[in-house]
Design a protein around this ligand. Structure first.
Ligand SMILES: Cc1cc2nc3c(=O)[nH]c(=O)nc-3n(C[C@H](O)[C@H](O)[C@H](O)COP(=O)(O)OP(=O)(O)OC[C@H]3O[C@@H](n4cnc5c(N)ncnc54)[C@H](O)[C@@H]3O)c2cc1C
Length: 399
């Protein structure tokens, strides 16, 4: 039997070996202990607060001071947080690219993470539902509006470090594209012409052609609002990115008021590239967009996701020759299915399925969210009947 440790230190060669062995064991267990902690970071175990790159993680320590006095009303509290940036009864159509939708009971623009956290804590304390709004370019707000607090996170600060950009969620994709070009950082050219914020892009894993935001994301700083509120750092893998989806979008669609996630900031990794080459790619993407999409009309971009799969029906394959190459790729564009269902140009009220791109619904001016919803239902029904495909919305419909 070998003795690992004796009361009197044994400095012989064998004794030193034993001590060394013991230290190795200790190190080994500590290593595994911390790995276990790390594995549990997302969703379950203890979350360590770490700043992402140059972006400070937010005022977690100060949160203790945010105890609210019971006598205060929502309005006092929200006003004390954001002053004039807190408003009541705000028409949300002014904040969405569809230009439709009713009013928000309360509306608050947070300039900092601290303000955002304070507002969320207050909303929770008062049992008031809240919703995070980016630039409203992938969103349909119902005509009845939102009977709660709409929060905009307006921090668009950023920092460039070598081939990385650390940016707050409120930065627009347009600004990010511009910065990356200026800094000779390639990889985001496909985003030229996509409106919206980085936060919204991460939630929906925005993308075009062959690129998507998931390809660049290294880490995301997330405010988790569950049984308690904490800031956590998600790796790219933790974000569970998929085609126009993420762990954040799934949570939104899940609709659980008690478990929410807010994207605060992210670090994006680029490839060094010649500016001229980046500009050429941007121009190519913009040209394609201008030619293919109704960019001057009020819309929310593509309403439906493309269908990942094949249509085997021989009659349909014979009738629509494009199906051959779509089937080969395993992706059938939603716009194709809607167009071939005879719906291009179909109008309900003041909303219309675009003549230019059948996956866009445009507001001709004065449309109701209800008109758009009716067109959505019509497109789903017709495509299902004609092609057997169940279209899924890419846009988020606020409940
Ligand atoms: C003309 C046009 C073209 C478009 N082309 C494309 C395209 O090619 N590819 C593409 O992918 N999209 C496209 N879009 C859709 C849209 O621009 C993107 O999806 C964009 O990334 C949405 O960002 P947003 O800030 O507007 O998000 P919003 O529409 O404001 O919000 C979308 C969802 O994300 C949530 N959200 C927003 N910010 C946060 C946050 N910080 N934390 C947690 N949740 C948040 C909101 O609650 C909401 O559920 C297009 C839209 C238009 C109008």
């Amino acid at each position: 039997m070998s003795i690992l440790w004796t009361a009197t230190p044994n400095w012989s060669a064998q004794g030193l070996l034993e001590i060394g062995g013991l230290l190795l064991y200790l190190f080994y267990y500590l290593f595994y202990f911390f790995r276990l902690l790390k594995l549990n970071w997302v969703g379950a175990g203890p979350h360590l607060l770490r700043p992402i790159g140059g972006v400070p993680p937010g005022p977690f320590v100060k949160m203790k001071k945010l105890e609210l006095e019971k006598s205060l009303t929502y309005e006092n509290v929200f006003e004390s947080i954001a002053g004039g940036r807190f408003k009541k009864n705000v028409p949300l159509k002014n904040y969405t690219s569809f230009r439709v939708g009713g009013r928000a009971k309360y509306f608050l623009e947070a300039k900092t993470i601290e303000e955002l956290i304070k507002a969320i804590l207050a909303a929770r304390k008062f049992g008031l539902p809240f919703f995070i709004l980016g630039k409203g370019t992938n969103l349909l707000v119902p005509d009845k509006g939102f009977n709660g607090l709409v929060l905009v996170f307006g921090d668009d600060s950023f920092k460039v470090m070598s081939n990385r950009i650390f940016a707050k969620a409120g930065i627009s994709l347009a600004k990010l594209v511009k910065i990356s070009e200026q800094e000779s950082l390639g990889g985001l050219e496909w985003a030229a012409g996509i409106p919206g914020t980085l936060g919204g892009a991460i939630v929906g894993n925005a993308g075009a052609q062959s690129g998507s935001i998931a390809d660049l994301i290294e880490e995301v700083e997330v405010l988790e609002i569950g049984s308690f509120v904490r800031i956590a750092k998600y790796t790219n893998k933790d974000c569970l990115f998929g085609y126009r989806t993420s762990v954040f979008k799934r949570a939104i669609l899940g609709g659980n008021e008690k478990e929410k996630m807010v994207v605060l900031s992210a670090s994006l990794r680029f490839k060094k590239e010649k500016r001229k080459k980046i500009r050429q790619k941007i121009n190519k993407f913009l040209k394609y967009r201008l030619a293919a999409q109704p960019l001057k009309a009020y819309s929310a971009g593509s309403v439906f996701k493309n269908f990942y799969g094949r249509i085997r029906d021989k009659n349909l394959v014979r009738k629509f020759e494009e199906l051959g190459s779509f089937n080969e790729k395993g992706i059938i564009p939603a716009g194709f299915l809607i167009e071939k269902s005879g719906l291009k140009g179909r109008q309900i009220g003041r909303a219309k399925i675009s003549e230019k791109h059948a996956n866009f619904i445009v507001n001709l001016g004065g449309a109701k969210a209800g008109d758009i919803l009716r067109l959505i239902r019509l497109a789903k029904r017709k495509v299902k009947n004609n092609f057997g495909v169940s279209l899924k919305e890419e846009i988020i419909i606020l409940k």
